[in-house]
Design a protein around this ligand. Structure first.
Ligand code: ADP
Length: 458
């Protein structure tokens, strides 16, 4: 087993990793930036090393600073969490060269799956359905037009090296595609350092369903069912749940098998997520693989009672996966609401500042993953995730009722949060019905804003 782990991240996920390590008797070192000196992770870890100034490029995205922090403190592994360097093949490579176990797959796998064009090709070759689109990266606008003519409009331009829902552009016809192409390229270049684009058929009325997998270095792999992440704002997830209200056992088994086929093809090791879009007829299409722990992993943990972060650490230390597919028994229903330091009435404007008072919800079936405490000053340099409230129930109805109670119980003062919007969302009758697609949240948001701003009927 690992002896000492450097946590190369911040916020709630750093706390989550430290907690798992503590329960396993693994010592922890938190690498923190100057802006995170007073963070909860610094208080909870066994040791803390300052790795540089607030700007991520000079701290959390700076491999030499992180590697030296791990070396001087005698760590034998680095957990990258999500975001930052978690899907950076170069970082995984240097960790390996420095004899530090990278808690994730190897550099080659990260490189392969981090590229949507390569990911698509690889999955297609292993028989996993993909969305009709370009074979690889588009060479120019003419090729985009050619592909679009074959598959039909609307189409979606996507940065091949993208993530976080950024830089995607829909085109409804040829004129729009021609106009959008250069903009999409320069946006991708600015956001991800490379302008490569792929083109896919834009599927309306789909759900985002992803399959969690766990695989060891000896060829053993299992899937832990699905998460439904269809409630999205600008392609970013807001609420996640497991199981999906629209996935039956047959579809679950088929998608699970497809995900495992993908895992086998690339000899994937560690925790990973295969993301799919599913249409109303139950056809599913691979969109991408995330080679790291995901923000929404707790919903899977709640229904499977399998600790994904602990398994990540065991697998990284070379242990075998002792769970078989038949050991995975899902129970009940879990929902996660992401609470962000954003003002939903002002177009989700992010804010920073001091958290004056904090009262997390509790009671049966409630889990809160957060790095908040009263008096904590939220730095402005990082993303706005404050807390994840996860509720579990015997069925969806109970999980939702518990979520409603938890959101009402939760008090965070001093900064605006997305709690008021989440409350409305939990009570929204369409969301309650379970019959939604990835476009629904935008529609719901419009209705909610009118009511929040004008208090009127809509
Ligand atoms: P990223 O890596 O930036 O998160 P993804 O490929 O995972 O991008 O897609 C993010 C979201 O964008 C999906 O969950 C879905 O809502 C939407 N999306 C992606 N591809 C398509 C598509 N071909 N048709 C319709 N919606 C899509």
């Amino acid at each position: 087993m690992l002896h000492k782990v450097l946590v190369a991240n911040r916020g709630e996920i750093a706390v989550r990793i430290i907690r798992a390590c503590q329960e396993m008797g693994i010592r922890t070192v938190i690498a923190y930036s100057e802006a995170d000196r007073d963070s909860l992770a610094v208080r909870l870890a066994d040791e803390a090393v300052c790795i540089g100034p607030a700007a991520p490029a000079r701290s959390y995205l700076n491999p030499p600073a992180l590697i030296s922090a791990a070396m001087i403190t005698g760590c034998d592994a680095i957990h990258p969490g999500y975001g930052f360097l978690s899907e950076n093949a170069y970082f995984a490579e240097i960790c390996a060269e420095c004899n530090l176990a990278f808690v994730g797959p190897d550099a080659e796998t990260i490189r392969r799956m981090g590229d949507k064009a390569v990911g698509r090709r690889t999955m297609q070759a292993s028989g996993v359905p993909i969305i009709p689109g370009s074979d690889g990266e588009l060479r120019n606008a003419d090729e985009a037009i050619d592909v679009a003519r074959t598959i039909g409009y609307p189409v979606l331009l996507k940065p091949s090296g993208g993530g976080g829902g950024r830089g995607m552009r829909v085109a409804n016809d040829e004129a729009e595609l021609l106009k959008t192409y250069p903009t999409a390229r320069s946006e991708a270049e600015a956001a991800f350092g490379r302008g490569d684009l792929i083109l896919e058929k834009y599927l309306p009325r789909v759900r985002h369903i992803e399959i969690q997998v766990l695989a060891d270095a000896y060829g053993n792999a299992i899937h832990l069912g699905e998460r439904d992440c269809s409630m999205q704002r600008r392609h970013q997830k807001i609420v996640e749940e497991s199981p999906s209200p629209m996935v039956n056992s047959d579809l679950r088994a088929r998608m699970g098998t497809a995900a495992l086929r993908g895992v086998e093809t690339i000899r994937y090791v560690n925790a990973g997520t295969m993301e799919f879009l599913v249409d109303p007829d139950g056809n599913y299409y691979f969109i991408e693989m995330n080679t790291r722990i995901q923000v929404e992993h707790p919903v899977t943990e709640m229904v499977s009672r399998i600790d994904l972060v602990k398994w990540q650490l065991r697998i990284a230390s070379g242990e075998r996966l002792t769970l078989n597919q038949k050991d995975v028994r899902m129970r009940g229903h879990a929902i996660e609401c992401r609470i962000n330091a954003e003002d939903p009435v002002r177009d989700f404007l992010p804010s920073a500042g001091e958290v004056e008072f904090y009262l997390p919800p509790g009671g049966p079936g409630v889990r809160v993953d957060s790095h908040l405490y009263a008096g904590y000053t939220l730095p402005s340099a990082y993303d706005s995730l404050l807390a994840k409230i996860i509720t579990w129930g015997d069925d969806r109805e109970e999980a939702l009722e518990r979520m409603r109670r938890a959101l009402h119980e939760c008090i965070i003062t001093g900064i605006p949060t997305t709690i008021p919007f989440q409350m409305a969302l939990i009570d929204d009758y369409v969301f309650r019905s379970g019959d939604i697609s990835t476009g629904y949240l935008a529609e719901m948001l419009r209705k909610w804003k009118e009511q929040a701003l004008f208090g009127g009927e809509s």
